[in-house]
Design a protein around this ligand. Structure first.
Ligand code: PLP
Length: 380
């Protein structure tokens, strides 16, 4: 089976984790700061706050921006649930906006229509690894006095003409889940340019305590105070050791993924009912996912049946994502449902994610493509 995503662990990764286990620190030692520094260096950001997951980093971002009850935050409907959940965690309301059906990226024009006097922030999602139109989103956010957050869990290593993912929004969030470019098993990070915002996020990561244990040790003091209701969202030294080791291979990972995307594009170009997502001019795509749009209706093929045939052919296809407003939780809480976001819902019906991961080979891409060709020609 060629999986839709797969992590890669090398001898160097194993050695790095073993070293961490024997270093005398298990959690919140020197490797946390080292990993934060390395991610900043790779992304151009100036402050990093490592967290126990990407979701935790999103939650920290919402706290650091002061999002609270009564506030609204605009998020794309087509994303992983965590993008919206972090808003709900704060007692605020996620407001779903349409995506562009060619790129699946947040549509700035539709965001404008969703803004109310209660809106405080916009969370953009770099779907599949393609950076959003941050120039347009930033102009909009500045004009309306809103914070701009990048859920960049798909786009570590991506860039636009304005710069690398990491400096394009007020706050940027990464995930180090095994399906993502760089993994720490579970883990995430918030990066930004504003030191005060980073300090608030850092406090929220550690129960809302003003001085963490390592900082108290450094200063030789015992006293600390809890100033906010935070969480234990810390990432351990062991996890950061793995992340540091993996991050060194990020340029090669991106190369693997971009080469595979090119091969997919070439191989699928002849198909009438299967088309890759559009890539905006001038962006550097990080290809967390390789997503195609399939006209299942024209093929008279049910998506579940296509999924089954691909799996039978050894191809681990997937679908990203059920639009968040269609999940029972948000239907119940916000009264959203089918018809609320017609562009996104219609686009969702055609989505199919094909295998894409670090180390994917040309041969694997070809095997996937012949299974996709068989869908269109009705064989297999
Ligand atoms: C992976 C992901 C997250 C959450 O990351 P975790 O590390 O699994 O908590 C959030 N948003 C998007 C778009 C993601 O893909």
């Amino acid at each position: 089976m060629i999986p839709y995503a797969r992590h890669q662990i090398t001898e160097d990764d194993l050695a790095a984790v073993l070293d961490a286990l024997q270093s005398g620190w298990l959690t919140t030692g020197p490797l946390v700061e080292a990993f934060e520094g390395a991610v900043c260096e790779a992304t151009g950001a100036s402050h990093g706050v490592a967290t126990s997951s990407g979701t935790a980093a999103l939650h920290c971002a919402m706290f650091a921006l002061g999002i609270g009850p009564g506030d609204e935050v605009v998020v794309p409907a087509l994303t992983f649930a965590a993008t919206a959940n972090c808003v709900a965690y704060m007692g605020a309301t996620p407001v779903f906006a349409e995506v562009d059906p060619d790129t699946m990226l947040l549509d700035p024009g539709d965001v404008v229509r969703r803004i109310t006097p209660r809106t405080r922030a916009i969370i953009a999602v770099d779907y599949a690894g393609q950076p959003c139109d941050y120039a347009a989103l930033r102009t909009l956010a500045e004009a309306r006095g809103l914070a701009l957050v990048a859920d960049a869990c798909h786009s570590l290593g991506g860039a636009t003409a304005e710069g690398p993912v990491g400096v394009l929004a007020d706050v940027t969030v990464f995930s180090f889940h095994p399906a993502k470019h760089v993994t720490t098993a579970e883990g995430g990070m918030l990066v930004c340019l504003d030191p005060d915002l980073a300090a608030r996020a850092r406090r929220f990561r550690n129960h809302g305590i003003d001085l963490d244990a390592r900082e108290r040790g450094r200063r030789g003091v015992f006293a600390y105070q809890m100033t906010d209701l935070g969480f234990n969202y810390r990432l351990s030294d062991i996890h950061c050791a793995l992340g540091l080791s993996q991050l060194k291979r990020l340029p090669g990972f991106l190369e693997d993924r971009r080469r595979a995307a090119e091969a997919y594009g070439r191989n699928l170009a002849g198909l009438a009912r299967v088309s890759p997502l559009a890539v905006r001019p001038g962006v550097s795509h990080a290809y967390h996912l390789y997503v195609v749009r399939v006209d299942f209706q024209a093929l008279r093929l049910d998506r579940q049946e296509a999924f089954r045939r691909l799996h039978q052919a050894g191809v681990g296809a997937n679908v990203h994502y059920l639009p968040v407003h269609l999940h029972p939780y948000y239907r119940g809480r916000l009264g959203t449902g089918p018809g609320a976001l017609p562009v996104t819902e219609a686009a969702y019906e055609r989505l199919l994610s094909l295998p894409m991961f670090n180390g994917i080979t040309r041969d694997m891409v070809e095997r996937v493509c012949s299974a996709v060709h068989a869908l269109e020609t009705g064989r297999g």
